[in-house]
Design a protein. Structure first.
Length: 225
């Protein structure tokens, strides 16, 4: 790969990242919204470096053939950009991870139906001594994940600290409603089912929600919590 080709790859890579961060919201499939301007700055720098290299005089030097691997991220972004993490990443039957930065104190739920993140639901179900979820209607948004246990399925969402590489699944077991298609995004309304005395310790199994309604929705622009 000669200098001109290397510079062209940098221009394409920088342009591809600028496209997913300025023209569309595809960058949200990989990182949290707060990283947008850092990505724009990095992509602009890479593009400028590549553009400068295109106008430099070619010295005949050729890099190793493995340098062509630099083109793979470009093709991945332009041609086969992966969707956000979904049911495949969340399908484990193990207990869902504890929410990142879970609250230790929660305000009372006063609305007829309280909309909350799955992370907040898990925190209230596992660690709220006031049992603020008891008897309250809540609404959760996530994607459907099947379970190996008969008659059980999950509403789930991936939580990230910075990017998809550190994602952990947050899951709530949905009872009393037929399972939607795998990976279908949904809004689930229902009430928390408190664990029975002598049952598994909170945090070792997914908390349960008795569903009163399930609505299919499009995938949200921001897929992660």
């Amino acid at each position: 790969m000669n200098r001109v080709t290397q510079s062209l790859v940098l221009v394409l890579l920088g342009g591809a990242v600028l496209r997913i961060t300025t023209v569309s919201n595809e960058y949200l499939n990989y990182v949290k919204p707060g990283f947008r301007y850092l990505l724009i700055a990095a992509a602009a720098t890479v593009l400028v470096v590549g553009a400068v290299g295109l106008f430099k005089k070619e010295d005949g030097h050729r890099g190793p053939w493995v340098a062509w691997l630099l083109t793979l991220p470009v093709f991945a972004i332009f041609l086969v950009a992966p969707p956000p993490l979904g049911s495949y990443a969340a399908r484990s039957e193990e207990a869902p991870a504890r929410p990142v930065g879970a609250l230790t104190a929660y305000t009372p739920l006063t609305a007829p139906v309280s909309t909350m993140t799955i992370g907040e639901f898990l925190g209230r179900a596992w660690g709220d001594p006031t049992k603020s979820l008891a008897g309250k209607q809540v609404r959760l948004t996530g994607f459907a994940v099947s379970s190996k246990n008969k008659g059980q399925w999950y509403v789930a969402r991936m939580q990230i600290a910075c990017c998809a590489a550190d994602a952990v699944p947050l899951k709530v077991s949905v009872l009393g409603w037929p399972a939607p298609a795998e990976d279908q995004w949904i809004e689930v309304t229902g009430t928390w089912v408190p664990p029975t005395a002598g049952g598994p310790e909170p945090g070792t199994v997914a908390p349960e929600l008795e569903a009163t309604g399930v609505t299919e929705i499009p995938r949200p622009v921001e897929p992660y919590e």
